[in-house]
Every structure is written in C-alpha cells, then in structure tokens.
Design a protein around this ligand. Structure first.
Ligand code: SAM
Ligand code: DTB
Ligand code: SF4
Length: 334
C-alpha cells in the first residue's frame, strides 16, 4: 500500500472516499474498479505508476522460470489450453520428468539469472505417488538457492501441507476470469473448486500466486469481476500473473478476436492499484508484444515476468532478448 501521507497515498485516499470505500484493501467494489478502467489511459497509468513506486523499486523486475514437468494429456477442458486431452493440438504428451532432468533445468535457470523456478504439471490434481516425486523436486530446487513454485492443479489441505513441509514457497492456481464468464471457458472444474484450493494453499502458509487470462473473449465486466475476486481476498495473492491468451491451433479459442494491447496494460494498471503490495506478473503473451508495450506494462506496475525460452508448451522471448530489453530500460532483475 502507498506510504502514509505520500502524494500517491493521498490520491488513493481521495479515490477511496469518492467511491465510499473504507480501506483500499478492505473492499474494492466493482463500481470503483469500473471507474479505474474508465479513466483516460494516461491518467490510469500515471496513478498506477505512482502507487507502484510507493511499494516497489520501479526499476526492478523479478524473474521466474517455468518448466513443464508433465506435459499434455490433461483431463480438464480449459478452452485456452493446448494440454487438454479433449483437443487435438501439436503438444506431445510426455510422462513426468525425472528428478535429474528437473535439477538440470533448474541449474540452467539459476545460471541465466532466475530467482524462482516454477514446476507445472498438466493434472486435474496430483496423485500421491506423483506428489512424492514433486516433493523431492522441490527439495532439490530449493537446495540450489532458488525460490520454489509449483502449479499442479487442485490441492487438498493435506497435499498443500506436504508441499509446504518440502519447502515450497509459492503455489500457482489461477481464477482465470470472472465467476460469470468462467463456465464459458471451463466445465470440468468449478470456480468454487479453485477458491477451495487457494484456501488450502493459504492455510498451509504457502505464498499464493493467483491471477488470470485476458483475451478469452470476455467483456470488460469480466475483467472487473476477476480483479474484484483477487483484490477482495482476505489476503490478496502475493503474486498476480496476468496472462494474455496465446492462441493455439486446435483449442476452442483459436481465431477469436485479439485483445487490444492497451486493454491488457489497463488490466495490469488496475491490478497494481487494487493490489499495491503484490507482485504483478506480465505473464503469457509477451511474444505478441513489442518492446514498447512491455515497457508500458513495467511502467504501469508489472514487476515480474516468466523468463526463459519457453513457457509450458508455447514460446516466450528468449533470454538474450530479455537481457537486452532490461539493459535498454536500465531494469535490474531480482
Ligand atoms: N494444470 C494446472 C492448472 O490448470 O491449474 C497448472 C498449469 S496451467 C497451464 C496454468 C495457467 O496457465 C492456467 O490457469 C492459465 O491461466 C494459463 N494458461 C494456460 N494456457 C494458456 C494460454 N494458451 N495462454 C495464456 N495463458 C494460458
Ligand atoms: C501462469 O499464470 N501462466 C503460466 C504459469 N502460470 C503456469 C503458464 C502460461 C502457459 C501458456 C501456455 C503454454 O505454454 O502452454
Ligand atoms: Fe489441464 Fe491446466 Fe491445461 Fe486446464 S490449464 S487443461 S487443468 S493443464
């Protein structure tokens, strides 16, 4: 949150009063979020940048590297995802990686400059046998001096506790979109299922990484609904990935109208204002953005990226390209 008595703090207080909010982290009414989205673009990113500066060094960006530890063949039907077994895509199903393969990738990520290593699996939820192997992975990755993150689908409280005991720092589980639009995108798991997993992760004292995707064909109200869900959590997520849909051949969302990049930046800015203490991650979709749009995202308050030549199954700007971008913007990686 903005420092008491600073200009950004005063401006936020003014906004809060005008919209009858009692405390900015207490309750973000949808109407207040809607007002933010309706601001002229320059006013919005000026406001989000000022708030960003109050909590973070605006020239530092955190780097997380992803590894798909189990790819494809997923039983879920998420309409954006090339790993669902319901769609015919070019993704090749691969069984879970060995511990050695994961350690080799994690070492490479650390050498390239990542501070966090995130292991993703195309599961509805992990089976105990699989979880046992993931726990070993977490222990080994942590021993390299990296922060650890996993995204394995739904988790029970017991599973979350087991991961916590192995040293897991973050668990990624996204709400993806608003409760109202969710059913248009996913039918095999409910919004409530997702909220329960997030509660289990929070109760186990693992940092929560939770965000969504834009560009799914959702309305502005759906983007407002997603932000409202995230910002009004009892404790907002420590890390908020904002993904821009990467359209993949064979998935139901292939070919839909692409989102205007300025609307993507607006979403980053509103996430920054409503979750002033969270890391906001400029996530999937960077390959479709030029350097100017990415620079604008950092100005608007994004302060984390996925770093490495691949996300899970789709591409990402390569490490050299990102290093050059950071050099041109004088951004320090953390
Ligand atoms: N299977 C696990 C799950 O869904 O909980 C973890 C991995 S899943 C790929 C993690 C997140 O990646 C999804 O919730 C979604 O937000 C994002 N994602 C997946 N496919 C995407 C795509 N084509 N474009 C943008 N984001 C995507
Ligand atoms: C998140 O929010 N985005 C990442 C991570 N969490 C796991 C995944 C993006 C996936 C993009 C599509 C793919 O590469 O398969
Ligand atoms: Fe499976 Fe996750 Fe893809 Fe959904 S997003 S189909 S749960 S891998």
């Amino acid at each position: 949150m903005a420092q008491p008595n600073s200009d950004a703090h005063q401006e936020t207080i003014h906004f809060v009063k005008k919209n009858n909010l009692t405390s900015i982290n207490e309750r973000w009414d949808k109407s207040a979020i809607k007002d933010l989205f309706a601001l002229p673009f320059n006013d919005l990113i000026f406001m989000s940048h000022k708030i960003h500066r109050e909590s973070f060094n605006p020239n530092s960006v955190q780097l997380s590297t992803l590894l798909s530890i189990k790819t494809g063949g997923c039983a879920e039907d998420c309409g954006y995802c090339p790993q669902s077994s319901l769609y015919t895509t070019e993704v090749e199903n691969t069984p879970i990686l060995s511990l050695d393969e994961v350690i080799t990738s994690a070492k490479a990520a650390k050498n390239a400059g990542a501070s966090r290593f995130c292991m993703g699996a195309a599961w509805r939820e992990p089976k105990q046998k699989d979880l046992d192997l993931v726990k070993e992975m977490v222990v080994s990755v942590k021993a390299l001096g990296l922060e650890t993150c996993a995204t394995l689908g739904m988790l029970s409280y017991d599973q979350a506790e087991q991961l916590k005991d192995s040293g897991l720092d973050y668990y990624n589980h996204n709400l993806d979109t608003s409760p109202e639009f969710y059913g248009d995108i996913i039918s095999t798991r409910t919004y409530q299922d997702r909220l329960e997993t997030l509660e289990n992760v929070r109760k186990a004292n693992i940092h929560v990484c939770c965000g969504g995707i834009v560009g799914l064909g959702e309305s502005l109200d759906d983007r407002i609904g997603l932000i409202s869900q995230l910002a009004n959590m009892e404790t907002p997520p420590e890390s908020v990935p904002i993904n821009l849909l990467t359209q993949v051949e064979g998935t139901p969302l292939m070919g839909i109208e692409a989102l205007d990049h300025f609307d993507f930046i607006r979403t980053i800015a509103v996430a920054r204002i409503t979750m002033p203490n969270s890391f906001v991650r400029l996530s999937a979709g960077r390959e479709s953005m030029d350097d100017g749009i990415q620079a604008l995202a950092f100005f608007a308050g994004a302060n984390s990226i996925f770093y490495g030549d691949e996300l899970l199954t789709t591409g990402n700007p390569n490490v050299e390209k990102d290093k050059l971008l950071f050099k041109r913007l004088n951004i320090k990686s953390i």
